[in-house]
Design a protein around this ligand. Structure first.
Ligand code: BGC
Length: 784
């Protein structure tokens, strides 16, 4: 199954008057109550012309109408900054109600704890937004004569128990099939154990239509291997580190419990669960004695391996079940449209690129998260600052990230311009959030306010993104300006800096080579400069001047305090050169020298990576821009640790948090923070798309493209293809033996209708091509 499209254009109109109340079960029913409301359609108004169900929850909700699920969405309504924005989903149910217009109907809502009630963050706390799940639903029915009937959650609804005995996004779900409530949402009320609901105080002004895509099941992955670990646990290998859950069909003795644990890696031949920290990530299924089907949709896990205990028939039984398709992994994430592809002759690089894609898939589960498996899974802003351009090529992330930016703006407004470490900001509920200092704007992380809208503008060319974010972008830069020291540098206060420099000790990821002031001042310059450009685009001339002048002051201060006459930048390490070159802080001879120094450092390190979160997205660009393409390729294709491809040689199927999340001897990095599914260091894929394949927007949204592949690294071919807003843009190049005995570069280009492309090939003059399919050749390319 592949990703399907997002909300259809016939989506129901947003609600203008809310009559529904937020209701919770009077008895919590272990955090997974079922709510139901029965109704009859009003008679005498002709047939149902339109019917729409609008539904949301504090927690997660699965709506059911007359016993049939209303949608194929899961984990609704996801996680937003609930204090200001609770998103609701709208579903067209016209056909459902037309089929049996006169009888009794039942609307059911199955609830779980989700993000609002469950655990969030690494401090063990839960219930940040609500102490029990609650839901709000409004069914609007319009009849042939214009009559409108509204069915809504209120105090007349009833609540009862489900088969779910425990549920938490981090810890997993427990289901007892003996307690299956059967057809609980069909006419004819279930009586046993059902009781009243209570209204929960809630301001409907917080409700907002969900503009982004819902979370859906995307793909099913079958286990590749079944075996028993030395400790006696039955293990499954799915062959891919993924995010979702195991779906099981099983038959066994009533009361028998099947326990499923999850892990991304094996360590000492057992599940390596230490990196999950306090997340139990354990599902428990109690069998009914008949044929049972389990699918724990109120949790999710990041895993490649699963360990099962209590499976009927042991290893043989499990093997048979796997062969029969009764045990499978369901991949779950936001329903995004794949737009960008990449391929090349280098197998490890292709695998790395697949890992980048899986890293996005695992972490774009409603919120762009740092990681999907341990007791964290938060919308760390810096990770996205680094990764947004890559994401915007691979998938259409416009709706997804614009929705997240709405949360960022809401949080920022309430924090006086400060952009939090995480969005939604759950850390603000704690004084020293999980051992970190009190929150203040930090470089790269808070720059998400500017860099993410800018990445969307570049990829999709929709000025509205800048318009809706401009106030937030400017407020971020204003806040940073207020934090500058009298020298004009951003060199005081807390910074994450070049987080996870490979030289930093496992327990001290802050200890980077790069001076935090250099990193922060460079980032401040870039943000001020981008805000000035955004202002100019939006016709805000005064702002353009003001932020342009601030950018100039930052550039001057940076030059005066951090750049030596010989082009040396303070702390003299790859990250500071990468940022200074790519952000445009240096010019002329100084820039050339900085580029040379960067190449010298990169070469001196044996082309092993030496950058953290801040420098990694930019280091290959800086080398390319200053005439060191060969070093960029050697850095990219390095396989010794630390490098981008080292994890691939270790069998990685996702991008790791640390350059050495797994050490060369196969043991897990001793650092307490070690995920195997973090997208930030995969940000180099953006350079791969633009430079190895050679596709970049020359005008935002690819109205005019730059097709400029730069062959190198021994690659003999590469290709890229992108569904731009105007249609398919594609390039494929190959190095072949030319007619004169030398190498020849053959390039096929496809330019979308209504657009043009500037094609720049080594050894040829630039050429402007119109829409259509073209073949070009360039002789004598040495790059391969
Ligand atoms: C997260 C990172 C995040 C960082 C900030 C970590 O725990 O996993 O990806 O950006 O904290 O310090």
């Amino acid at each position: 199954m592949t990703a399907t499209s997002t909300t259809p254009s016939s989506a129901p109109a947003p609600v203008t008057d809310w009559r529904a109340r937020m209701v919770a079960a009077a008895d919590d029913h272990a955090g997974a109550p079922l709510l139901r409301g029965a109704f009859r359609l009003d008679g005498g108004h002709g047939e149902v012309r339109r019917a729409a169900l609008h539904v949301t929850a504090l927690g997660v909700v699965e709506p059911v109408l007359d016993g049939v699920p209303v949608a194929d969405e899961v984990l609704t309504p996801g996680w937003s900054s609930y204090e200001w924005r609770l998103r609701y989903r709208s579903h067209d149910v016209t056909e459902r109600l037309r089929q049996d217009a006169r009888g009794e109907h039942v609307l059911g809502l199955a609830l779980g704890r989700g993000w609002a009630v469950g655990r969030l963050g690494w401090t063990g706390r839960s219930g940040f937004y609500a102490d029990r799940p609650a839901a709000l639903a409004q069914l609007e029915v319009e009849f042939a004569d214009g009559h409108r009937q509204v069915v809504a959650t209120d105090a007349t609804w009833t609540a009862g128990p489900s088969a779910v005995l425990a549920n938490d996004l981090y810890d997993g779900q427990t289901v007892d099939a003996r307690r299956d409530p059967g057809d609980w949402a069909v006419p004819g009320a279930p009586a046993d154990g059902w009781g009243p609901v209570e209204e929960v105080p809630f301001d409907t002004a917080r409700l907002t239509p969900h503009a982004g895509p819902p979370v859906r099941r995307q793909e099913v992955v079958r286990p590749q291997r079944v075996w028993t670990s030395p400790a006696g646990e039955l293990l499954l290998d799915l062959g891919q580190n993924l995010v979702g859950w195991l779906r099981l069909r099983v038959r066994g003795e009533a009361g028998q419990e099947v326990v499923v644990r999850h892990a991304e890696v094996l360590e000492h031949d057992e599940l390596g669960v230490r990196p999950l920290r306090s997340a139990a990530a354990t599902d428990r299924f109690v069998l009914s004695g008949g044929d049972d089907g389990f699918e724990p949709t109120f949790t999710f896990h990041g895993f490649r391996y699963a360990g099962l205990t209590g499976w009927p028939g042991g290893e043989e039984g499990l093997r048979r079940a796997v062969d029969a398709g009764d045990v499978e992994a369901v991949v779950v994430h936001s329903d995004l449209r794949r737009t960008g592809e990449f391929g090349c002759s280098h197998e490890l690089l292709e695998q790395f690129h697949r890992n980048v894609v899986w890293g996005l898939r695992g972490n774009f589960l409603d919120v762009p998260t740092d990681c999907p498996q341990r007791d964290e899974r938060l919308g760390w802003t810096g990770d996205l600052s680094a990764f947004a351009p890559t994401a915007a090529y691979l998938y259409d992330v416009s709706g997804f990230l614009r929705d997240w930016l709405a949360d960022l703006r809401a949080e920022q407004r309430a924090a006086d311009g400060m952009v939090a470490f995480v969005v939604p900001d759950v850390l603000k509920f704690q004084d020293r959030p999980g051992g970190l200092p009190a929150q203040e704007s930090t470089a790269l992380w808070s720059d998400a306010a500017v860099w993410v809208p800018w990445a969307l503008w570049q990829a999709y060319g929709d000025r509205e993104v800048l318009a809706e974010s401009f106030t937030s972008m400017a407020a971020h830069v204003d806040r940073v300006e207020s934090l500058l020291s009298p020298t004009g540098l951003w060199d005081t206060g807390f910074q994450f800096g070049d987080w996870l420099d490979p030289q930093a000790p496992p327990e001290d990821p802050f200890r980077a080579r790069a001076d935090p002031g250099v990193v922060a001042t460079a980032c401040a310059f870039r943000s001020a400069h981008l805000v000035a450009q955004a202002a100019a685009l939006l016709g805000r001339d005064g702002d353009a001047q003001r932020y342009g002048a601030l950018a100039e002051r930052l550039r001057t201060a940076f030059g005066e305090h951090y750049v030596g006459e010989d082009g040396t930048v303070t702390s003299d390490c790859p990250t500071v050169y990468a940022l200074a070159v790519v952000f445009g802080l240096l010019e002329g001879e100084v820039r050339r020298r900085a580029g040379d120094r960067l190449a010298e450092l990169v070469t001196g390190a044996g082309h092993r990576i030496a950058t953290g979160f801040a420098g990694t997205p930019f280091v290959t660009d800086a080398l390319t821009l200053t005439g060191h393409l060969d070093d960029a390729y050697r850095l990219l294709l390095q396989t010794e640790c630390p490098s981008w491809l080292y994890p691939v040689t270790m069998g990685a199927t996702t991008v790791w948090e640390r350059w050495d999340s797994m050490l060369p001897d196969g043991s897990v990095n001793p650092g307490e923070m070690t995920s195997f599914n973090h997208y930030a260091l995969g940000a180099v894929a953006d350079w791969v798309h633009r430079t190895v394949a050679g596709l970049a927007p020359l005008e935002p949204g690819y109205r005019r493209s730059l097709v400029a592949p730069r062959p190198g690294g021994g690659l003999t071919w590469a290709r890229g293809a992108l569904q731009t807003p105007h249609g398919r843009l594609a390039v494929a190049w190959e190095l072949t033996d030319g007619p004169d005995g030398g190498r020849e570069l053959v390039v096929d280009v496809e330019v979308p209708a209504g657009t043009s492309a500037l094609v720049r090939l080594p050894g040829r003059d630039d050429e402007e091509l119109g829409a259509g399919v073209h073949r070009l050749t360039a002789p004598g390319v040495a790059g391969g």
